[in-house]
Design a protein. Structure first.
Lengths: 362, 373
């Protein structure tokens, strides 16, 4: 097969064998963990920075302006300059703030998003962990993030932060349901929760086409709920700068603020990655049953390109509606979830199960 | 549970927060002390005075032509219209008839100011509700009007263009051409505003039925301008006591009976169209002539009391002058629309959410220097 040249399994296997050759299995595992950790950390920082840059450029494009264009060509190093600025800024300590919780909160937020990203397969063999409960793992880990936000709001000794945190709690807990249920719908179709198997299952056709109507509904619900879960507009109530100045991170400064900021973008990236993997075939190229030549040509495009391309499209959609829609009110937000998305989702799961049982999926 | 404990419990559940003086959605240095219960607003207490400059008092030591430089700075988004009121008041007291040309130009300038102000309202209202893109679109289109102002008056925000008896200087030769260009352009752009915000489901949910002000309340609080007309209170000074050219042009007074944020918003959207109609009726017919009437070097108003009201962009703006026959006014009282409009905020917001308070405040479109003076 053409894309075996893009298979990373052989490379990773070779590294594993080599390390096991030169040291004991324990130290080999430790070394591998360190390598993976460093690679992910670098990747994480880079993606975070360039998502911020992308957002500023895209919002500039939508708002008829240029966006950052001073630091480097097309302002390419703007976010790096911003990061340096944030690193050098003073960390302001708040009087009467709960010091421990105040300091721990940003780390909880950033670590959870970091943990979740590690289960995403970027290409064949290019993922840190391949659980048999991959979807479940991501859901579980990413929902810890809300604790960080709640702690941040609670420990800041600021009423605005508290309102923001409480809003965030209500919002994330509600929308977690919709995200979970729409992913369950796809798990029913895939018959597995393991990402690698899920992607293999999309070899002939992506799930969004395979599962026709219920898959499309699940995708729409997932995108809406996913945006809400990452606290981005139009669901950015926890920060709602025209109401709560900056919501739960009002009192944070310097690099701690940057952690919240980065975690928000990484959560968006995670949501987009998950959408890509579960609905749009992950790194799997576009295959249409019966079109052999077409499928063969598609195989020559590297899977990483496929993955990034799809993710970028999803991220663009998420950014697009952030910059065009006004913000919802808290009661409307919860109404949307509990009265519309959740019932739709529950029926959708049944519909999907029915379709799978009848063997109607393409 | 006894009645006392109940009251105690309710009071314990309430907390206050300061919204402002520095807050993104108060549009300036306004401080609102909110009493909240969860997210429900129990009470709104506006505290003004953070940008008080004592303009009324300062006017007592300034001659009448100098006064207009201060009235500019009240509601800086309707600078021309504020000046119009002062000029009319002085002219009426002196019984000076200004040339027709001046009346035409003043009316056109007033309506351009109104459009610019409503554009900014649209921009900020969108931003208050979280639609950040609106801000840039509104600002972009307002720029055309500011350029027109700059060319003729030399100023962009505060122009001090009118003077008792006429205008500071004549219009720029390009004025008519550029105004017509602007109207042509803006007629195309205005539907974009509707596409981006008016038709949006979230926007409708956020504004319809929110911050309701009944007609009776509007009258008793003296809420005028688009905010009053949004409650069905017919209060357009241009219709009820026309000044300058308003008696000779055709335009509708736009009224919406609902009294919610959406009605106040729609009033402003429709008023922009009406303003363009008014300008179109006048712009080609500006008569030739001088740009100022013959005035004495030192203006001394005969002893007495004079009042003039005009329709500023946010409501009825009134100037009340008490003269002792001096070259300075004995007392100059300004009736600023925003002050009265703000007083209704508490009534409109009780029992609603914080987000509704922001929406309601945005729909009142207050300008803080006008409140504090």
């Amino acid at each position: 097969m053409a894309f075996s040249i893009y298979d990373f399994t052989t490379t990773t296997k070779a590294i594993d064998l080599f390390l096991n050759d030169i040291m004991s299995p324990f130290w080999a595992t430790v070394t591998e963990l360190v390598i993976v950790g460093v690679v992910f950390l670098a990747f994480y920082a880079l993606v975070g920075l360039y998502l911020v840059y992308a957002e500023r450029k895209i919002c500039g494009f939508i708002q008829c302006r240029v966006g950052p264009n001073r630091v480097g060509p097309y302002g390419f190093f703007q976010t790096i300059a911003d990061l340096i600025k944030l690193l050098m800024k003073e960390l302001v300590y708040i009087k009467n703030a709960d010091k421990i919780l105040f300091n721990v909160a940003p780390f909880i937020v950033i670590i959870t998003s970091f943990l979740a990203i590690s289960a995403i397969p970027f290409a064949k063999g290019l993922h840190a962990m391949d659980f048999n409960i991959g979807v479940f793992y991501i859901m579980a880990v990413s929902s810890i993030g809300v604790i960080g936000i709640l702690l941040a709001g609670w420990s800041s000794n600021n009423k605005y932060s508290l309102i923001g945190a409480m809003r965030s709690g209500a919002q994330i807990v509600s929308y977690e349901l919709s995200v979970g249920l729409s992913l369950i719908t796809m798990c029913v179709l895939a018959g597995t929760m393991q990402f690698s198997e899920m992607i293999e299952g999309q070899r002939d056709l992506w799930f969004i086409f395979k599962g026709h109507v219920p898959a499309v509904i699940a995708f729409l619900v997932y995108i809406i709920a996913g945006t809400a879960e990452t606290n981005r507009g139009p669901f950015d109530l926890p920060e709602a700068e025209s109401e709560l100045t900056a919501g739960f991170h009002t009192e944070y400064s310097g690099i701690k603020f940057a952690f919240f900021f980065l975690a928000e973008y990484m959560n968006m990236f995670l949501i987009a990655c998950l959408a890509t993997t579960v609905f749009w075939g992950g790194w799997m190229p576009l295959h249409i049953p019966g079109w052999e030549t077409f499928n063969h040509v598609m195989d020559y495009i590297p899977p990483v390109i496929w993955f990034i391309g799809k993710t970028v499209v999803v991220i663009y959609i998420i950014m697009w509606f952030k910059w065009t829609f006004p913000r919802l009110r808290i009661d409307q937000l919860l109404t949307l979830e509990w009265k519309y998305l959740l019932p739709i989702n529950l029926i959708n799961v049944l519909l999907m199960a029915f379709i799978v049982l009848m063997g109607w999926s393409l | 549970m006894s009645e006392e404990t109940k009251i105690l419990n309710t009071e314990q559940q309430e907390y206050t927060i300061n919204m402002g003086p520095q807050h993104p959605s108060t549009h300036g240095v306004l401080r609102l002390v909110l009493t909240l219960r969860g997210e429900i607003v129990q009470k709104v207490q506006p505290h003004c005075g953070y940008i008080h400059r004592g303009i009324e008092k300062m006017c007592e030591k300034l001659t009448y032509p100098q006064t207009i430089h201060l009235t500019d700075r009240l509601d800086y988004l309707s600078a021309h219209i504020n000046n119009h009121a002062v000029c009319l008041c002085v002219e009426n007291a002196l019984q000076v008839e200004v040339p027709e040309r001046v009346k035409y130009i003043r009316t056109i300038m007033d309506e351009l100011t109104r459009i610019a102000s409503h554009q900014l309202f649209w921009a900020c209202f969108g931003m208050d509700l979280g639609g950040l893109t609106c801000f840039f679109y509104g600002m972009r289109d307002r720029e055309y009007i500011l350029d027109i102002f700059e060319e003729t008056t030399g100023g962009r925000l505060i122009q001090s263009y009118y003077t008792p008896g006429g205008l500071m200087n004549d219009i720029h030769p390009n004025f008519q051409k550029r105004v017509k260009e602007f109207i042509k352009k803006f007629r195309k752009v205005l539907p974009e505003y509707d596409q981006l915000l008016t038709g949006n489901v979230i926007f409708k949910n956020r504004t319809k039925g929110v911050g309701i002000l009944s007609k009776e309340d509007a009258v008793s609080f003296g809420v005028t301008g688009p905010s009053g007309r949004g409650s069905g209170f017919s209060c357009d000074v241009r219709k009820h006591s026309p000044y300058s050219m308003y008696s000779k042009v055709n335009f509708k007074e736009i009224l919406f009976p609902e009294g919610d944020c959406f009605a106040r918003y729609m009033i402003r959207m429709d008023e922009m169209r009406e303003s363009m109609n008014i300008i179109e009726q006048l712009i080609d017919n500006i008569p030739e002539g001088t740009h100022t009437a013959k005035m004495k070097a030192v203006l001394k108003l005969p002893e007495g009391e004079y009042y003039q009201r005009v329709e500023a962009t946010r409501g009825e703006f009134g100037v009340f002058i008490v003269s002792k026959g001096d070259k300075y006014p004995y007392r100059l009282k300004l009736r600023s629309p925003n002050f009265s409009n703000l007083s209704a905020l508490d009534t409109m917001c009780r029992g609603s959410k914080i987000a509704d308070l922001v929406a309601t405040g945005g729909s009142l479109d207050y300008v803080i220097p006008d409140i504090d003076r």
